[in-house]
Design a binder for this molecule. Structure first.
Ligand SMILES: [Zn+2]
Length: 423
């Protein structure tokens, strides 16, 4: 009989960290460790602290279950010294997580999730599976999930990254964690002594950060951010109560007037945030953008290969800092936009396989990526690179990887010579 997620871990005292989640059985990557509904959800507002304290207090006092109220009060409270008169605010700010997607601007509190400690190279991946009210959509909704992304042995602490898919070099991470979470991280990555290896790691992180800023925030060297929807500043605790809200799986929304919103309700949304590709400016250099996706993906995959199935992070490498779907999603968006069914189906299939590990086979993202892999032409962003007309053409046939070899297959996948603008 399959083990339930709750039977795979227990909350234990961790030296210097308070409590933490520890594996009680061997765990393989892709294993679901937690499915949790929020204790509460509240709008993230700039109200005065006193007012926020009252809001949280009334939410907690209205809970019917005394055990839940006690569990809330037992959570870590990083700001109790700073705000001794506002204990509810302090606990909420320490433990709440920003919910992305349809519930942008809201944060939730999860009693068990709050017990996971942070590592910049985590052993598990967490995600909020938003409930957008679309009853026809398949997939798990309205819960937070945690899945193992590395092999764990009994006794290993299970860590998650509070950065979600955000990447930062050493000093930025140190400052961010101190300002927002009031702690100093002692993970393998942060424990690296200054020197050439740490410089090398930081250089790779900077490269990935630049990619993330360009494609997921819409920032690049040519101008100001084109997508202001995501906070990027290293700000005060009040406005960044928990994990940054950046997500690579957020659905295209209508509020920014992106391309998807102008189309009829046919097919599905591209699963990446197409706002990052707004103004279609990247499509003028689609081949160059695809090359950048390849570089980012290879940086991540090389690090994961180095770690293998071991505990990982021993060398302070970047595996787990960021998920490879972060690069594949942009590659998929490009392939869809230019109408390249073959490459789109390969990128979608890779996303599906990765989401199956990080989010579960029953996640909205894995199911949607699977459907896209089967039929990329049904995606509503397919072929829209020319403003609704299919003016660019890619390939319709996926070469046989076994026949041409893995290396040649990768060369085909990442070369966009066929992406010529047609008159
Ligand atoms: Zn760290």
């Amino acid at each position: 009989m399959a083990a339930t997620p709750e039977s795979l871990w227990e909350v234990r005292c961790i030296p210097n960290k308070g409590y933490g989640m520890v594996a009680t059985a061997p765990v393989e990557p892709g294993t679901c460790l937690l499915v949790e509904k929020p204790l509460y959800i509240r709008a993230m507002v700039d109200d005065p602290i006193q007012q926020q304290n009252s809001i949280v207090e009334s939410l907690i006092r209205s809970l019917p279950d005394a055990a839940q109220r006690d569990a809330f009060h037992a959570l870590a409270s990083s700001f109790s010294v700073l705000y001794p008169d506002y204990p509810y605010y302090s606990i909420a700010t320490t433990n709440e997580v920003a919910l992305s997607g349809a519930q942008d601007g809201a944060s939730g509190l999860f009693l068990r999730w709050s017990r996971f400690n942070h590592a910049c190279t985590p052993s598990a991946y967490w995600a909020w599976n938003e409930d957008d009210g679309a009853s026809s959509s398949k997939g798990r909704r309205g819960v937070l999930t945690v899945h193992a992304i590395r092999h764990l042995n009994p006794g290993d602490e299970i860590s998650i990254s509070y950065f979600e898919n955000r990447v930062m070099p050493h000093d930025d991470r140190e400052r961010y964690l101190a300002e927002v979470y009031c702690f100093a991280c002692d993970c393998a990555l942060c424990s690296l002594a200054p020197g050439p290896w740490r410089d090398d790691v930081d250089e790779r992180l900077r490269q990935l950060e630049a990619f993330w800023r360009k494609y997921h925030l819409g920032e690049d060297t040519q101008g100001p951010p084109s997508s202001p929807s995501s906070p990027s500043s290293l700000s005060t605790p009040a406005s960044s109560a928990a994990t940054p809200t950046i997500t690579t799986t957020s659905k295209p929304s209508n509020k920014d007037g992106n391309i998807a919103s102008k189309e009829e309700e046919v097919g599905e949304n591209v699963i990446v945030d197409v706002r990052a590709l707004n103004q279609q400016r990247y499509l003028h250099d689609a081949a160059g953008c695809l090359a950048e996706c390849r570089e980012a993906a290879e940086l991540i995959l090389e690090a994961e290969e180095d770690v293998g199935d071991g505990a990982g992070g021993e060398d302070g490498d970047i595996a787990g800092c960021i998920d490879v779907t972060f690069a594949y999603e942009i590659a998929l968006a490009l392939a869809l936009f230019v109408g390249d069914a073959a490459r789109a189906s390969v990128f979608a299939a890779r996303n599906r396989d990765r989401y199956t590990v990080t989010l579960g086979a029953d996640s909205v993202e894995a199911l949607r990526a699977g459907r896209c892999a089967e039929n990329p032409c049904a995606d509503r962003s397919f072929g829209l690179g020319g403003g609704g007309r299919r003016v660019m053409m890619g390939s319709d046939v996926v070469p046989d990887a076994e026949e041409i070899g893995e290396e040649a297959f990768e060369e085909w996948l990442w070369s966009a010579e066929e992406w010529q603008l047609r008159e």
